[in-house]
Design a protein around this ligand. Structure first.
Ligand code: NAD
Ligand code: FE2
Length: 386
């Protein structure tokens, strides 16, 4: 038994130019939460001008940092409320989209957006029916936030990241236009593309995987493996960008249903503590997690290896499964993304804190990992990743 859902997706090159046709009926004043780089090249003004033609006013919110702060969301929600915004258009990478989702919740709510994040150390508030409708327009091909009901927020006081998980922040519409992704430099292409790969892999091996997520995760992994090295080497290749954009939306759909597993659970605490680009933090631990995990489900890890390198298909199940960490390490080499947690300043002294955060804020994803891990095993993985 399972449930399937995707937002309405308008997919294809140039789709963003038709935004005014798609958003009519959602409201009369949009809060446009836009990545500062995309705003600096004129996209915010361009969208505002298109909306004006159909009598929709807008206010631009472009002061959005990577790993957006929950307090900034709270502050800007007050402004969006004063401006009487009645829907949100979020444009950018996962940071801008998650910020937009936070705004959508907080415009009509009390307290802090942090109170709405899923943790086992506070009473979680739930977004109400007055949450604003949201349109998501990704400009990275990575997080898949355009097809998830998640908003990842950073608490700069605690130096921790946590996630609002609720169907009310599921986008009403996603406009996925690969032309918006062509401007990504190769480093950001690699980091965000590896995040999409991780979503696909982690949902594929999840104990919660179902027939829908398995199909979607497998397809997303295949597309990333075949297109990410090319997009990193040649960012102007719109076909590779288009393929990755679709893979990212698909992988987002997989995690929307069943969440992620251990790599994200270990990476997110380090991301919050050291302000690391999200995909880099996952790249730093993925191979180590695979090394301790591949024996827990030979079928699935062998399937991943075979998909990454069809030439090994005649090897035994165990031999193929065992190759999984090396093949993922090779992908990281091909996209020039070899990082360790020490690259971000983490030392052995930080391991206990990171472990506690993982077990507090990401316990639900750890429980879905096929290899059961104890607190001590998590500590050992962190140590190996330094
Ligand atoms: N909501 C979800 O389902 C979900 C899933 C995974 C991760 N996340 C969160 O998303 C955030 C990371 O998002 P991200 O990896 O997309 O990166 P990001 O949004 O932080 O952007 C990274 C950098 O890329 C730049 N950028 C974005 N688009 C660009 C473009 N087209 N051209 C040039 N530069 C561009 C931004 O200005 C920024 O400097 C993290 O906070 C992570 O935890 C959310
Ligand atoms: Fe991610």
């Amino acid at each position: 038994m399972f449930t399937c859902f995707l937002p309405k997706v308008e997919f294809g090159a140039g789709k963003v130019n038709h935004i005014a046709d798609y958003v009519q009926g959602l409201g009369t004043k949009a809060a446009i939460a836009i990545d500062p780089y995309m705003n600096s090249i004129g996209l915010g003004d361009q969208i505002a001008a298109q909306l004006k033609k159909v009598f929709i006013e807008s206010v631009i919110f472009a002061d959005i940092e990577p790993n957006p702060s929950c307090f900034k969301v709270d502050e800007m929600a007050q402004k969006a409320k004063a401006e009487r915004c009645d829907f949100v258009i979020a444009i950018g990478g996962g940071s801008a989209i998650d910020y937009g989702k936070g705004l959508a919740v907080m415009v009509n709510s009390q307290g802090s957006s942090w109170d709405y994040t899923e943790r086992n150390d506070h009473d979680v508030l739930r977004p109400g029916s007055n949450t604003l409708p949201l349109v998501a327009i990704p400009t990275t091909s990575g997080t898949g936030s355009e097809s998830t009901p998640f908003s990842v927020l950073n608490n700069p006081v605690l130096k921790e990241k946590s996630t609002i998980v609720n169907e009310r922040i599921f986008p009403r519409l996603a406009i996925v236009d690969p032309e918006l992704m062509v401007s990504m430099p190769s480093k950001i292409t690699a980091s965000t593309g590896f995040d999409a790969f991780a979503h696909a892999l982690e949902s594929f091996i999840s104990l919660k995987a179902n027939p829908y997520t398995t199909m979607v995760s497998r397809e997303a992994m295949s597309i990333v493996v075949r297109n990410l090295p090319e997009a990193v080497a040649n960012g102007g290749n719109v076909k590779a960008r288009e393929n990755l954009a679709w893979a990212s939306t698909l992988a987002g759909s997989a995690i929307a249903h069943i969440g992620v597993t251990l790599p994200h659970s270990l990476a997110q605490p380090v991301g919050g503590m050291f302000g690391v680009p999200h995909g880099d933090s996952i790249a730093a631990c993925m191979v180590n997690v695979l090394e301790v995990s591949w024996q827990s489900d030979l079928e699935k890890f062998a399937a991943i290896s075979t998909l990454m390198d069809p030439s090994i298909s005649s090897l035994s199940l165990r031999q193929r499964a065992e190759k999984c960490p090396d093949l993922v390490s090779k992908l990281l080499s091909d996209i020039n993304l070899h990082v360790k947690f020490s690259t971000f300043g983490m030392t052995e002294n930080d391991i206990d804190k990171a472990t506690s955060i993982a077990l507090t804020g990401y316990y639900f994803d750890i429980e879905c990992h096929p290899k059961k891990v104890t607190r001590e095993e998590i500590r050992q993985i962190y140590k190996a990743c330094l």
